[in-house]
Design a protein around this ligand. Structure first.
Ligand code: MN
Ligand code: MN
Length: 376
């Protein structure tokens, strides 16, 4: 019998059928990185298998390269004289640090060079950036989150979102105004359009967290090989007995919050709904630092509106929506609204720097907040 015929026979043999049937979930599992696998190897193999779109893999690789570059810049900032203010402010009115401007250039140039992003939205630029390419992903980022921490060498990060390519095309024949209008239309998407989200945290370790809609994986930067290496294949926000009872948020603003949220904080300080020990308070003041701890330890992070910032201070497109996608992919919960029962991912921003409040963390902790607020 020829080899081909033998293969055909094996393929037709009834004994094979149950084994093929069992392969479907195994294949879905393979969309995730394996422990010890490098991010670049994982993206290449997931793309080769068709588990993620090849252009998305290239865009994500470029984001990772930008993060490696920014990591080196953050680490050397005091030596290189890159601490302190740059002398300007961004669209949200934040004072720009030197490293905000440098890291923004790194991200924009790296993404432009990869040729897979048609529109780039960044915290540091007033309008979206059109890249001369007919179609591609919309990539949003906060090049340095927590930049006020840089001078003190406290945790910072980069946050990114990759949104599905927009419906309208950017054509060579369009004027600058038409291109900008197209870019804006493409950019204003809800979190439901995210195909990938993640962040890189620059702290005692450099950590890259990524979801492409199939759970969340963590990669740690290995300086010896210059790669992000998978350290956690599937990150889930601890809940129940495994959850650490930690709440976070800017406690200095608690008197500017809605009275019921102030009551909620007092409730946690008295032991919360299960009447246990008082909840622990932790606050770094860098979105990524506080979220990463919440992702790994559990608990709740409160970013409500206050009387001075009626929509909070964090931006939807490149901070809140990507974090919400990661939280939900990690089995946690992310909500907003006066009763903490509105979806963050449903919100379609009206402008690219639109802000949103958020309550995020372990599912049971967010649900407990919702229950608490029902009384008001
Ligand atoms: Mn930020
Ligand atoms: Mn920033």
């Amino acid at each position: 019998m020829s080899t081909l015929a033998a293969r055909a026979r094996i393929a037709r043999a009834p004994a094979r059928a149950p084994r093929r049937a069992r392969r479907a979930p195994a294949r879905a599992m393979r969309a995730r990185a394996a422990l010890g696998e490098s991010l670049s190897a994982h993206l290449a193999s997931a793309s080769a298998r068709g588990d993620i779109d090849a252009d998305l893999a290239i865009a994500l690789n470029s984001v990772a390269i930008a993060c490696k570059r920014v990591r080196a810049l953050v680490a050397r900032a005091p030596i290189a004289g890159n601490t302190g203010a740059a002398g300007g402010s961004n669209a949200s009115g934040d004072e720009q640090k030197k490293l905000d401007v440098i890291a923004n250039d790194v991200f924009v140039e790296t993404l432009r060079a990869c040729g897979r992003a048609s529109v780039i939205v960044t915290e540091e630029e007033d309008t979206p950036i059109a890249v001369e390419r007919a179609s591609g992903y919309i990539v949003t980022f906060d090049p340095i989150d927590g930049s006020s921490n840089i001078d003190a060498c406290v945790t910072t990060g980069s946050i990114f979102g990759v949104y599905a390519p927009g419906a309208c095309e950017i054509k060579d024949t369009d004027s600058a105004e038409e291109t900008l209008a197209n870019c804006l239309t493409n950019s204003l998407q809800s979190g439901e359009a995210l195909v990938a989200a993640g962040y890189c945290m620059y702290s005692s370790s450099c950590v890259f967290v990524l979801t492409t809609g199939d759970g969340v994986a963590q990669y740690d930067f290995d300086e010896n090989v210059g790669e992000f290496v998978c350290s956690k294949e599937r990150v889930t926000i601890p809940d129940g007995d495994k959850m650490q009872r930690i709440y976070s948020g800017n406690n200095g603003n608690v008197n500017l919050w809605a009275p019921e949220l102030k009551d909620y904080v007092a409730h946690l300080q008295k032991g919360g709904s299960d009447g246990g020990k008082p909840w622990t308070y932790r606050y770094i003041g860098a979105l990524i630092g506080d979220f990463h701890r919440t992702l790994l330890y559990g608990g709740i992070w409160l970013y409500p509106p206050d009387t001075s910032a009626p929509n909070g201070k964090a931006r939807l497109l490149y901070e809140i929506a990507p974090i919400s996608m990661i939280a939900e992919q990690a089995g946690g919960m992310s909500t907003r609204g006066p009763k903490a029962n509105e979806s963050v991912l449903d919100v379609v921003p009206k402008h690219i720097h639109e802000k949103s409040p958020m309550f995020v963390g372990s599912k049971s902790a967010v649900q407990d907040l919702q229950e608490f607020l029902k009384k008001y």
